[in-house]
Design a protein around this ligand. Structure first.
Ligand code: ADP
Ligand code: GLC
Length: 470
């Protein structure tokens, strides 16, 4: 079987969040399981691209309305990544030093058109097209409805929703950008009087998955307007829990961290990483260190952080370290807090892959007070590195973290309020005092297997079910 993943992000080529981690790992695991899984994504202007040599495999032009663009597809052999990679190069649209911007309609529509144009003339077509998020949401529609892609109609499509908050809406006036189709079918593109690529994918993809079973359930009641659509299409929808790439995320070999450690050497390895963080960020190494890594947005509960941290730090018993960027107002407040809680709190506002690994290896607890968390990879990385998660009871966090009181290994709070989060932090602080129990749990969580093996198989079973339908 031959599968082509279509995505805006893929680690290590271009990463904004967890989507990249998934698309950089799942195909690798699928290849190991005996199918051929490849990735196609945009060619951006970034460090990875500058450091590698690519071979051109396709040259053409596309029209977006009346504008013509020269396009190319470049490739990188499978050796380094564990899967064959294709990059769509549209210099004036995609080749930017960012992945997302406020004018993404044309960028990602052009990307999707190039992918399908290329497939039209490929001898060996994929058996499955696996599309990720709204940036690739028009592919299932175009394959079914656009006149020029008629010959691709029989290739099954799977759309994975990583986050239904973002849907890629654009006004109907831009419908002319989509390759010609029977206009009586425009309803398939529409949701609430806009063209909605994610809604179109839910309607047209052969199967729809979310990145955890609980998120699938939650979307029926809270999907940023798509609730009734998801309920209506529920027969073809399912939740498959994300995994993690245990080769990239391995404390024994991780080249980013200060000292590597195996299960047998947890205390000394973790101590070196914690000491580094505390020195770097002027924190007290004797206190339990709570950390947050991620996007500073409402879904992650970020607007509450200044107040949560301020309250939790009052008793002078803990340290907090934050790595993240996002809403400017929140960033500003988190910067100001540094002065109030000098020596107990610090933050790096920005994106730093290396630092994130050191934090997973050195913090005692990882905070994730998310209001919405389709899956969440951070808590699984934390477990793998022996950092105890303190999380809200939502989405993928529900499916991966069990509270210590229920024979589990983390601290779970039901609601995302300042009071509840601080209560969970306080429970963790008390737990930290019993170092025997604390170390036992640390050893236990490092052995939980969240590798992609199981879920990569689940996707293959889903693909097989579709190929059988043909
Ligand atoms: P989301 O995709 O919603 O942002 P996930 O938990 O699925 O959340 O994945 C986030 C990924 O991005 C993880 O690999 C995390 O370590 C990484 N990450 C997020 N913010 C930063 C940051 N500021 N610096 C480094 N890595 C980050
Ligand atoms: C999204 C979600 C996150 C998930 C990631 C990878 O960005 O917000 O919860 O882990 O995609 O699927």
């Amino acid at each position: 079987m031959n599968v082509l993943h279509v995505s805006a992000e893929c680690y290590p080529i271009a990463k904004v969040g967890g989507l990249a981690d998934v698309v950089g790992a799942l195909p690798k695991y699928q290849n190991k399981l005996g199918i051929t899984s490849k990735v196609i994504m945009p060619f951006y202007n970034n460090t990875f691209i500058k450091k590698h040599h690519f071979k051109s495999v396709y040259t053409s032009t596309i029209s977006l309305g009346k504008v013509e663009f020269n396009v190319k597809i470049l490739t990188l052999e499978a050796s380094e990544l564990g899967f064959e990679l294709f990059l769509v190069d549209i210099p004036t649209l995609l080749f930017k030093d960012y992945v997302y911007s406020s004018s993404d309609t044309e960028r990602f529509l052009a990307f999707q058109i190039v992918v399908l144009d290329w497939l039209l003339q490929e001898q060996q077509k994929p058996n499955i097209l696996h599309c990720h998020d709204h940036h690739t949401g028009l592919i299932p529609f175009m394959m079914l409805q656009s006149v020029k892609y008629k010959s691709l109609r029989k290739i099954p499509t799977v759309t994975t929703i990583h986050n239904a908050q973002y849907q890629g809406w654009f006004p109907h006036e831009k419908v002319y950008l989509i390759p010609e189709f029977d206009l009586t079918k425009v309803g398939l593109l529409d949701w609430s009087n806009s063209i909605n690529p994610l809604a179109a994918a839910i309607k047209c993809a052969w199967k729809v998955t979310t990145v955890s079973p609980s998120y699938m359930e939650e979307l029926k009641n809270n999907a940023n307007g798509l609730e009734s659509l998801l309920s209506h299409e529920s027969a073809k929808c399912s939740g498959i829990l994300n995994g993690i790439d245990t080769h990239v995320w391995n404390p024994e070999t991780d080249p980013f961290i200060i000292k590597n450690y195996s299960i047998k050497r947890i205390p000394s390895g973790r101590k070196a990483n914690k000491e580094f963080l505390c020195k770097e960020f002027n924190l007290d190494v004797k206190k339990p260190l709570f950390a947050f890594i991620g996007r500073l947005v409402g879904e992650k509960g970020a607007d509450l952080f200044p107040e949560i941290f301020n309250t939790a730090l009052q008793n002078n018993k803990i340290s907090i370290l934050l790595l993240g960027s996002g809403e400017k107002e929140v960033e500003k407040k988190l910067e100001i807090l540094k002065k109030t809680h000098k020596g107990n709190y610090n933050a790096f506002i920005g994106y730093d892959e290396k630092l994130s690994h050191i934090i997973y290896a050195g913090a005692d607890f990882l905070l994730m007070p998310s209001r919405v968390e389709p899956c969440g990879l951070n808590q699984m990385y934390a477990l793998r590195y022996g950092t105890i998660p303190v999380v809200s009871y939502v989405g993928g966090l529900k499916d991966t973290v069990i509270d210590i009181e229920e024979n589990g290994f983390g601290f779970v709070h039901q609601k995302v309020t300042i009071k509840e989060v601080v209560k969970a932090i306080n429970r963790a602080t008390v737990f930290y005092k019993n170092q025997v129990k604390f170390k036992k749990i640390r050893t236990q969580i490092m052995q939980i297997d969240h590798s992609w093996n199981t879920s990569a198989k689940a996707y293959i079973n889903l693909y097989n079910s579709l190929n059988k339908q043909l």
